[in-house]
Design a protein around this ligand. Structure first.
Ligand SMILES: Cc1ncc(COP(=O)(O)O)c(C=O)c1O
Length: 425
């Protein structure tokens, strides 16, 4: 079981991102975690080994990643998985037939699909509620509730959930609270510190940050919970390969720097979008017009780079995503750049896809803003360009742990890759 060193947890976030989890390489003194590309380890005698028997159970590169992300989340144990959905799968395997889960209704479509199309067949029961109001979560709790599952901000509607309130509801019900922290990242929100039992990630996104691997992660504090997740990780076997772990680990080293830029860029573009005549709605928690802006300022230390907009019709949304030059049309987010169109769900992907979920509309475009110049985004429109320059960033919430209060002072850097995803993948 991977355990974070106490010393790593004393460091500030940007320092943890670079150094946490690294153990000096005894062979050559490599400053980066080596890629242990091996499926098994030599034994000196039957059952006599150096702590590693078989790579599904443990691998030093994977452990370095697990320690690193656990430290970023401020947790004591971390477990890496082959994808974000494999992490969702593992956490739901903590439950048994007949157990009840209260879940946010606007969670990532693939999570919703797994819950309703796989786990419901195995006897788990789900109530999907608008978790933006914690009273809905409380009202859905039954004597059989064993888990409260939330995502905040949600993909794609950028709805928030009050983590202190919701985790307290779960605690009182004797249920586990699981929070998907993929959008905010530990730079801007740390669910464990707000009472959650488990923080979940698709490391495919911001944590990796380069769109070159797929992975997931679960982080927790409780030793007994970690034992159970460790058992599931090994027994079900959805582990990432060492090279993917290494890529994710390389990505997290720059997480604090990247998120600072995403946040600065996100604020400027969101602010500009609110003034654009063709944009009917902008969903971004950093905007004072966001219905949960106060909550965002309270529980997040930055707003990030994810923005959803509505353009009034599917056709307008399609035209936008198909005509941009800097944006690439592709699935996913959190890498070199992103944006996507949410339209009708694809029938072959099942319900829960795209507009099949509550709160989804076909005219939405989701943009993820990344790290080059804001002017690149604005290049096609002189008005936009002027506007991006004129309007200062949305006021900052209180950054903590060395995360970027200074973002609003930095120059107008942005770049966006706009990708078109009409449904979940
Ligand atoms: C918020 C969120 N959670 C989980 C996932 C699933 O992650 P993965 O694609 O790595 O399986 C995604 C994927 O887009 C996501 O956006």
């Amino acid at each position: 079981m991977t355990k974070v060193s106490g010393e790593d947890l004393t460091r500030r976030l940007a320092t943890r991102a670079v150094h946490a989890g690294h153990i000096a390489d005894p062979l050559a003194g490599a400053v980066m975690a080596p890629i242990y590309q091996t499926s098994t380890y030599v034994q000196q005698g039957l059952g006599k080994h150096k702590g590693y028997e078989y790579a599904r159970t443990s691998n030093p590169t994977r452990e370095a990643l697990e320690r690193n992300i656990a430290a970023l989340e401020g947790g004591r144990h971390g477990f890496a998985f082959a994808s974000g959905l494999a992490a969702v799968d593992a956490v739901l395997k903590l439950l048994s037939q007949g157990d009840h889960v209260v879940s946010g209704e606007n969670v990532y479509g693939g999570t919703h699909r797994q819950m309703t199309h796989i786990w419901a067949r195995y006897g788990l029961e789900f109530s999907f509620v608008d978790a933006a109001d914690a009273r809905n979560v409380a009202a859905a709790v039954t004597p059989r509730t064993r888990m409260v599952y939330t995502e905040t901000p949600t993909n794609p509607m950028m709805r928030l959930c009050d983590l202190e309130a919701v985790t307290e509801i779960a605690r009182r019900a004797g249920a586990l609270s699981v929070v998907d922290n993929t959008f905010a990242t530990p730079c801007f929100q740390r669910p464990l510190e707000l009472g959650a039992d488990v923080a979940l990630h698709s490391t495919t996104k911001y944590l990796n940050g380069h769109s070159d691997m797929v992975g997931g992660m679960l982080v927790m504090n409780a030793d007994d919970l970690a034992e159970r997740i460790g058992f599931i990780q090994n027994a079900s076997g959805a582990v990432p390969g060492p090279f993917d772990c290494w890529l994710a680990l390389r990505g997290t080293k720059t997480l604090a720097l990247r998120m600072r830029q995403h946040d600065a860029t996100g604020r400027r573009i969101a602010d500009w979008l609110t003034r654009h005549p063709k944009v009917s709605q902008v969903y971004y928690p950093g905007l004072p017009s966001h219905p949960q802006h106060d909550l965002a300022c309270r529980q997040m230390s930055g707003f990030g780079g994810m923005i959803s907009i509505e353009l009034g019709s599917v056709e307008r949304a399609r035209r936008l995503v198909e005509r941009t030059k800097i944006f690439a049309l592709a699935e996913s987010l959190g890498g070199a750049a992103v944006g996507r169109h949410r339209g009708r769900g694809r029938p072959d992907r099942g319900p829960g896809a795209g507009a099949g979920r509550r709160g989804m509309r076909a005219s939405e475009v989701k943009s993820r803003l990344s790290c080059s110049h804001a002017e690149a985004w604005a290049r096609r429109s002189a008005t936009l360009k002027r506007s991006v320059r004129q309007h200062s960033a949305v006021p900052s919430p209180g950054f903590s742990q060395g995360t970027p209060r200074e973002t609003s002072k930095s120059g107008p850097r942005t770049d966006c890759l706009l990708h078109n995803s009409r449904s979940i993948t």
